[in-house]
Design a protein around this ligand. Structure first.
Ligand code: F6P
Length: 415
């Protein structure tokens, strides 16, 4: 049950805020990310693109600055969020990357890569996605899983039509795909090989630390024709799982409209933009598999009829916490019957990327949204809430890396 505080007309968590994660926590995953992973990402942008030497040099300087250097403002560019970033950065200018809140460091790092590569400057590199190669490779690598999922969705849709209603089991399975989609490998499909009807999500279920999938399926089937909003995370197979879920919601009559909230520019390497949705659709449309073809046709029809709506907002690439949603976005999301929040970075944003005790009641923190929400998240960072002390004790024994290795998942509903 939601019970949020209202401060200056903004709803915030109804608990005191703990400190933010920072890269200076010795031995932490945040430290490793700022000092090792982020420099490697900046250098990979050089390798995977053909930028001129002066751009590559700035990327090298950025990679080197992350370990010990301090934050500077963006070079002037024409991004519509340029002045917002001046505000966001003001408190941190001159501080080390390691010392500022981790979420600020990461979101700014990706905005800075676009700044350096002239993404927002008219000319040769304007609008060029520096992570395009990785996104394309991700799509190509997941084609077998895509064919299997599209075929399965077709079966579920046929079944829903024959039975006059969709089954809770199919809704729950689609929730699991939308959850595990961002670390999918073909192993998820191993049981599909001989008999697709036996596809075995059981192994994944044992890695779910909180599983509200049944409650979500009850909510979705309670009254058909709802509006569902997805706060989208990655492109590639994860986006395809989300699009399949949206397809099923619309095709089975559970939803009359689905909104996909996408990033307004490339970020976090693989996060999806509106352009990525169209590129994914066009890539799939080139294939010859009949179930992928019909899925792609339904996708086009849903986009053209306005049943599937793609929207973007600069809030999603900002360093702000979820409880700092702009009023217009809050008003928009208030029309939703369910907000599906995807992925690790969005989960961090829900919790303000702060050091909550892991047993804090999730709903007491995420108490500020204007509609019911479900988080679908595999754990890739040291932020979590809503676990029991028993679960924590068990996890400590079975997998010391459980917080960050992406092998554990959560489906957490707040009504
Ligand atoms: O794509 P996702 O699930 O949001 O994961 C992104 C997350 O992964 C990380 O890169 C850690 O692996 C974090 O920095 C970030 O929170």
């Amino acid at each position: 049950m939601k019970n949020s505080l209202v401060v200056n007309e903004i709803r915030v968590p109804n608990l005191p805020l703990p400190p933010a994660l920072t890269g200076s926590e010795v031995g932490s995953f945040t430290e490793y990310t700022v000092t090792e992973r982020m420099p490697a990402i900046a250098l990979r942008v050089i390798k995977e693109n053909n930028f001129p030497p002066q751009i590559n040099h700035k990327l090298e300087q950025l990679a080197a600055a992350l370990k010990t250097g301090s934050l500077q403002f963006l070079f002037p560019d024409e991004g519509v969020d340029f002045s917002d970033w001046e505000k966001y950065l003001q408190p941190y200018i001159g501080q080390r990357w390691l010392d500022i809140p981790w979420f600020v460091a990461e979101t700014y790092f990706y905005r800075l890569i676009l700044n350096i590569t002239n993404y927002f400057i008219p000319g040769e590199f304007q609008g060029l996605d520096p992570f395009l190669l990785q996104k394309t490779q991700g799509l190509e690598a997941s084609i077998d899983s895509t064919i299997s999922l599209c075929s399965q969705v077709q079966e579920w849709l046929d079944e829903a039509l024959a039975d006059g209603k969709p089954s809770k089991a199919s809704i729950m399975a689609l929730l699991y795909f939308a959850l595990w989609g961002n670390r999918v490998d073909l192993s998820l499909w191993s049981a599909f090989e001989d008999d697709r009807s036996k596809f075995d999500i059981q192994n994944q279920l044992t890695h779910l630390l909180v599983d509200d999938a049944f409650l979500v399926s009850k909510l979705l089937t309670k009254s058909p024709g709802q509006r569902i909003d997805f706060i989208i995370d990655n492109g590639g197979f994860e986006l395809i799982s989300d699009l399949c879920f949206a397809d099923f919601l619309l095709g089975s009559g559970l939803a009359h409209q689905v909104y996909l909230h996408l990033k307004p520019h490339p970020t976090f390497v693989s996060d999806a933009t509106i352009q990525d949705v169209y590129q994914t659709r066009d890539f799939l449309a080139e294939g010859s598999h009949p179930h992928v073809k019909s899925f792609t046709q339904r996708l086009t029809e849903n986009l053209e009829s306005g049943r599937l709506i793609l929207v973007e907002d600069y809030f999603w690439t900002s360093p702000l916490a979820f409880w700092e949603l702009p009023a217009a976005l809050t008003a928009e999301l208030a029309h939703s019957n369910l907000i599906v929040v995807k992925g690790d970075a969005n989960y961090r944003r829900l919790l303000g990327d702060r050091h909550w005790d892991f047993t804090t009641n999730f709903a007491d923190i995420v108490s500020y949204l204007p509609a019911p929400m479900v988080a679908l998240r595999t754990l890739k960072s040291e932020v979590v809430a809503g676990l029991t002390t028993d679960t924590l004790a068990e996890l400590g024994k079975v997998d010391p890396e459980w917080l960050t290795n992406g092998q554990w998942g959560l489906i957490q509903l707040v009504i």
